[in-house]
Each structure stands twice: as C-alpha cells, then as structure tokens.
Design a protein around this ligand. Structure first.
Ligand code: ZN
Length: 205
C-alpha cells in the first residue's frame, strides 16, 4: 500500500509544479515472502488452518495422512514464528544472519530451525576465529599461503559484485565459505602476516 501512496504523492507534487519526475523510484526491489512448512492434505490440495492443527486431520476429508508443504507464513495457518523465542534460544544475531543467508528477494525465505541452528554455529565459529590466538605459525611461505591470499582477493571481488547487485545471499555465502577456509588455515599453521590480513579484511567485509 505504501508504494501506491508514494507514487500518488509524487504525481500530485509533480502536477503542482514542485518537481519534474514521474515516478518516485528508479528501481524497486521488493522482498520475497517468508515461507514455512505446514501440514497439507494432498487429496484435497489444502493446507490445514491453525484451528485444525490440534486434531492434525484434513477438515474436508478427514485424512490424517498429511504431508508437510511450504506455504507463506500467516496467522490463519498458525505457522508463524515467535521472534522472542528465537532470540532467547539463538540470539538476535543468529536470527539476523539466518535471514541474510536464507533470503533472496526473488524466491523469498524458507524458514527452518536447522537454518537457525547453522547460523548460530557459524557465528560461534567466527567469534572464536577472532578471539582465539594463533596456535601454530610458520615463517616460510608455501603454496598454501599463496592460495589463502588468492581466496581473500576472490572473496573481496565476489562480495563487492554481489552487493552491487543486491544479492545479499551470495555475499553471505561467500563469507561463510571463506570463514570456514580461514578456520582450517588457522588450525594447520599460518604465516601470521597473511592470516592477520585475511582476518582484518574479513572483519571489514
Ligand atoms: Zn483432505
């Protein structure tokens, strides 16, 4: 509804001679729906509503052989999630991070507890990467270190390109892959200079 308002106001103020443009936006990116699994009766092709969830059977045919199918979150389906519970269990950062890597504007977001668990684990891993000291360091540069440097540059390029196109999920996926790689590099023994640069750039990204 706010889109109609903004276009209306733009056109009214244009007609009043206050400016000369016709549309309020050059480009519009709308977010996708948030979906979650919900019991579904394949025989009648209907989802169970919130009121039917207690009995867990199809209101139309009485079928109890239901399947789980993804549908947009809504109060009438009763498949919404309580942000308070998620924040208590995983923390607000994990919830934000999950939305960033799970959501794409074109396809929406598939809500899953596994995804939240993964986000939580990843953030812990990243936290330890930044807070724990290096255990093994080396002095002689090997192909492993050159490769790490290459991966860092690849990450910077991939994230920059993704952000320009507002493809947040791609950016986040690249960050996850690089972080995992850096954890591995750290555990194998590092050239401190290269490792510190990776860590610093990762923090900036
Ligand atoms: Zn049915």
């Amino acid at each position: 509804m706010h889109l109609i308002y903004s276009r209306f106001i733009t056109k009214v103020t244009r007609d009043l001679g206050l400016h000369k443009f016709d549309e309020p936006f050059q480009k519009l990116l709308t977010q996708g729906m948030i979906n979650k699994f919900q019991p579904h009766c394949p025989d009648c092709n209907v989802f169970l509503m919130k009121v039917d969830l207690k009995e867990m059977k199809c209101k139309i045919c009485g079928n109890t052989n239901l399947i789980q199918k993804s549908v947009k979150m809504s109060k009438s389906y009763g498949n919404t999630v309580d942000p308070g519970e998620i924040i208590d269990k995983y923390g607000a950062d994990a919830a934000r991070f999950f939305i960033l890597f799970g959501a794409s504007p074109s396809s929406g977001l598939e809500w899953s507890d596994e995804g939240l668990g993964f986000a939580n684990k990843f953030l812990n891993k990243a936290f330890h990467l930044f807070t724990e000291r290096i255990k093994f360091s080396r002095n002689e540069i090997s192909i492993r270190d050159t490769l790490m440097n290459y991966k860092l540059n690849k990450l910077i390029k991939a994230v920059s390109t993704a952000l320009e196109k507002i493809e947040i999920r791609d950016a986040v996926n690249n960050i996850i892959l690089f972080t995992t790689e850096l954890v591995k590099y750290k555990s194998e023994g590092v050239i401190e200079e290269i490792y510190n640069e990776c860590l610093e750039k990762l923090a900036l990204i």
